[in-house]
Design a protein around this ligand. Structure first.
Ligand code: G3I
Length: 364
């Protein structure tokens, strides 16, 4: 395992232990009905948390975090710090957030999350430097030559990575470069710079922070198939050419209607990347299901969370599992998939769900 340090458990764990006690045994949605016994304040047993379980196995367990952590309820930040030892800014480090106008860089929102992580002994995954979404208009619709867009992208990457130098565990350097059929997304960078934009982005990021681990992050390339084969071919070439890439992020946005990638596929895909000398991190996991939930839907979610956590634990090159948020109160899913939701580990009232218990158990 690279770059791994054991972090001290923060004071907020006290709050977490109370939350745990208040939420029942954590094995049912909405477990905290208010009928639970009062917390056992005399107990000296440390609370069992995701991060304590993960740290015992040399794994990181993380969550995406809202811009500025400004959810307006203390339970949000307290739970985040108590349960997770890694955090990914959900939107705060994207191109539109950090570089909204030519030459103007805005880091306040990302800085807040980095400071929070430092205070609570958490690693930060930087997300993301090059992506066709959340790209400001001045870039997306600008008039570019190959040279001018290269210069602009290099300046963007090096200013952002440079600003956070020494504070980021891993950067998602390039996000979602592939179409479903394994061809490259025809974004402004591919159109103007050509396919080399990917290699260049990694080299520029490495120059700016040689110690940050650099990842290519993708969705739908978790199982063995056309998209993951293309990704594998690309990262094989990058490695052969000496491009500073350290790993592949498997986003893992799953849905009960489609099921999880098979554990056999996950193992094979992680292994072939490992054979290239690459790490794997699960970077954005959630499992959406039809809402209101049914017993069948929840049972599927539980199994899917178990399978993915188990696959990461079983792969020697998988060292982190990051969820795309932790409470159903805040998730990108309901606004994107009508009738779907309940994708995370906590319900909207911060009670641990069966999915939480499944992850905790799979981390044991
Ligand atoms: O910040 C503006 C706000 O000023 C405005 O009032 C509001 C009105 O709609 O929009 C706000 O921006 C939204 C932004 O999230 C911040 O909340 C955007 O509309 C919305 O599109 C954006 O959605 C994000 C999405 O990426 C954009 O592609 C989600 O929060 C975020 O969870 C999602 O994350 C992506 C990963 O980065 C990459 N992988 C897939 C994943 C899920 O789509």
């Amino acid at each position: 395992m690279y770059h791994r340090s054991f972090v001290s458990i923060p004071v907020v764990l006290l709050a977490a232990s109370l939350a745990w006690a208040c939420s029942g045994d954590g094995t049912g949605p909405g477990g905290g009905s208010g009928n639970n016994p009062p917390p056992d304040t005399a107990s000296t047993t440390p609370p069992v948390t995701l991060r304590s379980r993960a740290e015992a196995h040399d794994l990181y367990v993380g969550s995406a975090a809202a811009t500025g952590l400004n959810r307006g309820d203390a339970a949000y930040a307290d739970t985040l710090a108590a349960e997770f030892d890694m955090v990914t800014p959900e939107n705060a480090m994207k191109f539109d957030a950090t570089h909204p106008q030519p030459g103007l860089y805005t880091f306040a929102a990302g800085d807040t999350i980095v400071a929070f992580a430092e205070k609570n002994g958490m690693k930060v995954r930087g997300h993301t430097l090059v992506w066709q979404n959340q790209l400001p208009d001045w870039v997306r619709n600008g008039t570019w030559t190959k040279q001018s867009l290269s210069d602009t992208l290099k300046a963007h990457i090096q200013n952002v990575v440079g600003h956070y130098k020494g504070k980021i565990h891993a950067w998602d350097v390039v996000n979602e470069p592939f179409n479903g059929d394994g061809t490259l997304q025809s974004n402004i960078f591919l159109q103007t710079i050509g396919p080399d934009y990917i290699e260049l982005a990694f080299r520029w990021a490495h120059e700016a922070d040689p110690d940050a681990k650099l990842y290519l992050n993708e969705y739908g390339a978790e199982d063995m198939g056309t998209k993951s084969d293309s990704l594998y071919a690309l990262v094989s070439r990058l490695k052969a050419d000496g491009v500073p890439i350290d790993g592949v992020g498997m986003q893992m946005h799953l849905a009960t209607q489609y099921g999880a990638p098979s554990t056999t596929d996950l193992a094979a895909n992680m292994k072939r990347l490992g054979d290239l000398g690459l790490k794997v991190e699960i970077t954005e996991m959630d499992v959406r299901t039809a809402v209101p939930t049914t017993a069948d839907g929840v049972a599927k979610q539980v199994q899917m969370y178990r399978d993915v956590v188990g696959a990461c634990r079983a792969a020697s090159n998988c060292d982190a599992i990051v969820f795309w948020g932790f409470t159903d109160k805040y998730s990108w899913v309901p606004s994107t998939f009508t009738g779907q939701g309940a994708a995370l580990l906590y319900d909207a009232s911060y009670h641990r769900k069966e999915t939480f218990a499944a992850v905790l158990d799979a981390l044991q």
